[in-house]
Design a protein around this ligand. Structure first.
Ligand SMILES: Cc1ncc(COP(=O)(O)O)c(C=O)c1O
Length: 305
């Protein structure tokens, strides 16, 4: 991570090095907090635009609502903070990290009155699964760690502590020489990757796990629209593990990973072992859209003026 000048904390712009919180903060110990990952992109005229900012902020507020984590900052306040953090740091293509966390006070679990800490940081972050992966596809492993059950962890929220599950899966995959982990739900169906939703292309149709047991990804939703515009039918349904092995194409999508092809799963080639035509077209349209080269998706871009 390359430091920049400022981080927005509770309404103030604080120097990067001074952006600290108390080691006894509730979130540090129990992960009781929520966060977002958002990207901004430089546009053809040299300005910056934030991809689906309003949807991300709404999801942040929904996540806080699910946890019943009080938030005094309004929807508009968060939008302004995201715009300001880019401007103050002179960033255009960046990754933004808003978070709203249970702060310092009581260390007992309930800690209802602990004042929350709200932050928005932004910094440069290249292709999450690597440039090579974006181009030629990544290698993935079905994880031995199951996706949290939706009635154990609240999967519609991006909750800090919940990511221990994802980290275990990701580390297991990386330790075994893979790029990413694919997690099955507690019934054994394909859920999602450690930080991405997943699409399986088979016989011209796209298939993806139903929303009940995955994060409602904003990139996932964008891919729905793109594939609809391409004339590719998208079906939400339970997917068995071995369907991954016989798929024509598989791709992952998320804010960090954007649209990344998967070329191998559990040492089995996916399709031809190279990114397929549907994946390549979705990726190209998505990247054009975020870079302001597709007027039909202009409403996804929040200009930073
Ligand atoms: C577990 C998980 N699934 C899916 C996604 C993709 O969601 P989005 O496209 O909104 O970034 C993410 C990233 O936020 C994630 O952490």
């Amino acid at each position: 991570m390359k430091p920049v000048e400022k981080i927005w904390i509770n309404g103030e712009m604080v120097d990067w090095e001074k952006a600290t919180m108390h080691v006894l903060s509730h979130v540090v110990h129990y992960g009781f907090g929520v966060f977002e990952g958002i990207r901004s992109y430089e546009q053809p005229d040299g300005s910056a635009a934030i991809f689906r900012l309003e949807d991300h902020i709404q999801r942040l507020l929904n996540s806080a609502h699910i946890l019943r984590l009080e938030c005094d900052w309004t929807f508009e306040d968060w939008i302004r903070a995201c715009e300001q953090i880019l401007k103050v740091n002179g960033l255009k293509s960046a990754y933004l990290r808003p978070a709203h966390m249970s702060g310092y006070g009581k260390l007992g679990l309930a800690a209802i009155d602990n004042p929350p800490v709200s932050i928005v940081a932004a910094f440069e972050w290249g292709a999450y699964l690597g440039e090579e992966g974006m181009k030629n596809g990544i290698r993935a492993k079905v994880s031995s760690f199951q996706r949290n059950h939706h009635n154990a962890h609240m999967l519609k929220g991006k909750v800090n502590g919940m990511y221990v599950n994802n980290i275990l899966a990701k580390r297991e995959a990386v330790d075994n020489g893979y790029d990413e982990a694919i997690m099955l739900d507690t019934a054994g169906y394909v859920a999602e990757a450690s930080g991405e939703n997943l699409f399986v292309i088979h016989k011209g149709k796209a298939h993806t796990a139903p929303l009940a047991n995955v994060l409602g990804g904003i990139t996932r939703d964008s891919c729905f629209r793109i594939m609809h515009d391409m004339g590719v039918e998208v079906v939400e349904r339970l997917i068995a593990r071995d369907e991954l092995y016989i798929a024509d194409e598989v791709f992952m999508c998320g804010t960090a990973a954007e649209v990344t092809p998967v070329r191998e799963i559990d040492q089995r080639e996916v399709g031809t072992g190279h990114p397929g035509p549907v994946t390549k077209e979705v990726q190209a349209r998505f990247l054009d859209a975020v870079h302001g080269k597709r007027p039909e998706y202009a409403e996804w871009l929040h200009p930073v003026t």
